[in-house]
Design a protein around this ligand. Structure first.
Ligand code: SAJ
Length: 403
């Protein structure tokens, strides 16, 4: 029996995968709507292919959701780890979840932390658990970190297939966790200790952030020097050992823009490159807005087609989206009429909906009316736009779709 705490983007697919391997799973979430939706066999998040699997898991009787935890052999913590204040990790959800399961934990149980966490968190989970349930002290309870590594949009494929890092607070915990994940993960299960596993996950996302920052910095340098950054990167990447990522309007989502700060917080003096990369990426929306203000000065009545507001292509996810942030600021500053084209949503988010100069419209309509085209997200349909429609417009292409 398994109890999964937190039924969001990671907890729900994980609970579902395990349940569909014939193991009884109790999913726990504090939000009544989430629990009710899942118990109807439906989902509350957007993730391709997941709905069918949840339906299967619930109708088989192997997946049940509840607002309370449940006794189990294995407890998986999949709760958010955002940051607070001056970019410090907020572990309050992990601590609350640990204290909540404590009365249900028995000798021999395994507690797995999947949430992306700063170094030392798995050990803190152990300490919080013993603090809440002192009767367990001296008995064998196992604790591991097994960080989630799936790409939103590809979770169904990546969850069973990706290799996993498994780090216990001791060797027995590591081995017990590997034996558990073997039942439903086909990727390799790589053993280490808890602290290395924690830093490994943070390292993966920081690696990506630093590399995106390199591309973003190049785009700013190229603007200054009058060079086409897309051509530059294409050419440089023909070197056998160069592989530059793509510049954009900034880095969005919950992970890459957050996790590097956990390293900076743990080693503030040492993590210079990682901190600078974060700053470069966080500054990119301002660079894009500067270009829009310049363009707006050159036309009498600016009408701006804002192409895409999600945080990455071909999804409807607007969370921590730099593109959305740019459009919100342009709206607040009253730069002109904003025609938002976002093929993956049917209504504008609240932050834009009430604004008199912002409307959601189709690509054709927007391109017909705009004098400035601001390409923010490389959605697939945008790649097929007839270039002739852009001929008389000022084009600001943050993604190189038209390059
Ligand atoms: N981006 C660029 N240029 C690029 C690649 C990405 O600007 O060349 C931007 C995207 O537009 C987006 C942001 O970076 O705004 C992040 O997108 P992403 O697709 O790179 O990653 P996420 O945030 O959806 O998922 C990441 C993944 N981590 C890595 O690839 C190392 C995923 O495997 C993790 O599980 C996930 O974070 C997580 O939950 O931590």
């Amino acid at each position: 029996m398994v109890c999964v705490i937190g039924l969001g983007y990671i907890g729900l697919p994980t609970a579902t995968l395990i349940a569909n391997h014939g193991i009884k799973v109790y999913g726990m979430d504090k939000v009544p709507h989430v629990v009710e939706t899942i118990n109807r066999g439906e989902i509350h998040i957007v993730e391709p292919g997941l709905a069918k699997l949840v339906k299967q898991a619930v109708s088989s009787g192997n997946l049940t959701a509840d607002q309370e935890p449940h006794e189990a052999d294995v407890f998986i913590l999949a709760v958010p780890t955002p940051f607070k204040g001056e970019k410090q990790p907020d572990l309050s959800y992990v601590e609350a979840a640990t204290r909540e399961i404590a009365p249900y934990v028995e000798e021999g149980n395994l507690i797995v932390l999947e949430s992306t966490s700063p170094v030392g968190t798995t050990e803190r989970v152990r300490d919080w658990l013993y603090d809440e349930n002192p009767a367990l002290k001296g008995k064998h309870v196992y604790f591991s970190h097994c960080p989630e590594r799936v790409l939103p949009g590809k979770i169904v494929e990546e969850l069973p297939g990706n290799d996993r890092i498994i780090g216990g607070v001791d060797e027995e915990s590591t081995q017990k966790t590997i034996a558990f994940y073997k039942q439903f993960v086909t990727g390799a299960l790589l053993a280490t200790d808890a602290r290395t596993a924690e830093l490994c996950k943070l390292t993966e996302n920081s690696f990506r952030d630093v590399n995106i920052a390199f591309a973003n910095e190049l785009s700013v340098i190229c603007d200054k020097l009058g060079i086409d950054v897309w051509e530059l990167i294409r050419l440089a990447n023909r070197h056998p050992r160069v592989n530059i990522l793509q510049p954009g309007p900034g880095v969005g989502g919950h992970c890459i823009a957050v996790d590097p700060w956990f390293i900076v917080d743990s080693a503030p003096r040492e993590a210079c490159l990682i901190r600078t990369a974060r700053q470069v990426n966080d500054n990119k929306p301002a660079v894009v807005m500067g270009k829009v203000y310049e363009a707006a000065k050159r036309v009498e009545k600016p009408v701006i087609a804002c192409m895409g507001i999600s945080f990455k292509p071909d999804i409807d996810d607007l969370r921590e989206s730099p593109s959305l942030k740019i459009v919100e600021e342009l709206a607040q500053r009253g730069v002109g009429d904003l025609l938002v084209v976002e093929p993956n949503i049917t209504a504008l988010p609240k932050s834009l909906a009430a604004h008199p100069h912002v409307i959601l419209c189709g690509a054709e309509d927007a391109l017909a009316r705009a004098n400035i085209v601001l390409l923010l997200v490389d959605h697939t349909p945008f790649k097929h736009i007839d270039r002739a429609l852009l001929a008389d417009k000022i084009l600001i292409d943050t993604r190189g779709v038209f390059a």
